[in-house]
Design a protein around this ligand. Structure first.
Ligand SMILES: [Zn+2]
Length: 290
């Protein structure tokens, strides 16, 4: 599967041959840490306020092409946080705020997670100009009041490609993959499967979700080998816990146990995180006994 599929419409055909993580342990230079704030929608049955009620437009100046454009952001005060998924995928009532974590310049294609959009060096600007902006074809789209999942997925993929092009850190790539996978999980939750065709479309989406989860799993393991904490705004215990969850998902129980041990012995892990780690540990033991 080409993980950048869908970006051809932006004129970025070369994305097909892009390698996400380099094999060698080259230390990756520069740049920003990230933080996370993400989330998910739970469709309710009645009186669902429209997503547009929870977002507002923000004006941004692009560091790469200097044009000014509007982007949608979540009104933080208005959204109600729900219990996250076990792997910390954030969830909010009525809105999947993950969709709004990316800023994308409609003129040149420069795209990044919101809080890192302005954190770009002159060397990186040059790389983006040469490899993204020069080919980028703005996609004419009807002005959406809120982002559909498909629009959001495109924005994440563009962001991921930009991160590769600007030689961003492994952690930034891994975190983008993780959020993309979470976003696809949110999309899957909204998909119906009443016909064979719908079932198939849903299955493809699930496969893509798995693919990005796998990339995130590999990427974070690379990142912890070569980067310092905090990583993408996360402390070591959080990243270790995430890795344990992903390892559990892929049935790599030994790796999962190793990361859980690190969470359980961490002095900075919260009581709550340790409880979650203990629960996961119980589930691993149960799996191993099967
Ligand atoms: Zn731009």
């Amino acid at each position: 599967m080409n993980i950048f599929s869908g970006l051809e419409k932006f004129g970025l055909k070369s994305a097909e041959s892009v390698q996400l993580f380099e094999d060698n342990k080259k230390s990756n230079q520069q740049h920003a840490h990230q933080q996370d704030d993400n989330q998910q929608t739970k469709p309710a049955e009645q009186e669902i306020p429209p997503e547009k009620d929870f977002i507002l437009e923000k004006t941004v100046r692009c560091k790469v092409c200097d044009q000014v454009f509007k982007t949608k952001v979540v009104k933080n005060g208005r959204v109600k946080r729900l219990e996250p998924d076990r792997d910390l995928r954030p969830r909010f009532q009525y809105i999947d705020t993950l969709k709004y974590d990316i800023t994308s310049c409609p003129f040149c294609g420069y795209t990044a997670m919101n809080r890192y959009f302005d954190m770009i060096s002159s060397g990186q600007i040059k790389l983006i100009r040469e490899q993204i902006a020069s080919q980028f074809q703005p996609k004419s789209q009807s002005e959406e009041e809120s982002y559909s999942y498909d629009t959001a997925v495109d924005r994440y993929k563009l962001s991921l490609l930009n991160t590769v092009v600007k030689r961003g850190r492994d952690s930034e790539k891994a975190f983008t993959c993780l959020k993309l996978s979470w976003l696809l999980r949110g999309k899957v939750e909204t998909m119906s499967e009443s016909t064979a065709e719908e079932k198939q479309v849903k299955q493809v989406c699930e496969q893509e979700q798995e693919e990005f989860y796998q990339q995130a799993f590999e990427g974070f393991q690379k990142a912890i080998a070569g980067e310092m904490f905090p990583m993408c705004g996360m402390e070591q215990c959080t990243v270790d816990y995430l890795l344990a969850c992903m390892a559990f998902h892929f049935k790599k129980y030994e790796i999962a146990s190793k990361f859980l041990q690190s969470v359980l012995t961490s002095v900075s892990a919260s009581r709550r995180m340790k409880d979650m780690a203990l629960e996961l540990k119980d589930d691993i033991i149960a799996e191993l006994r099967k």
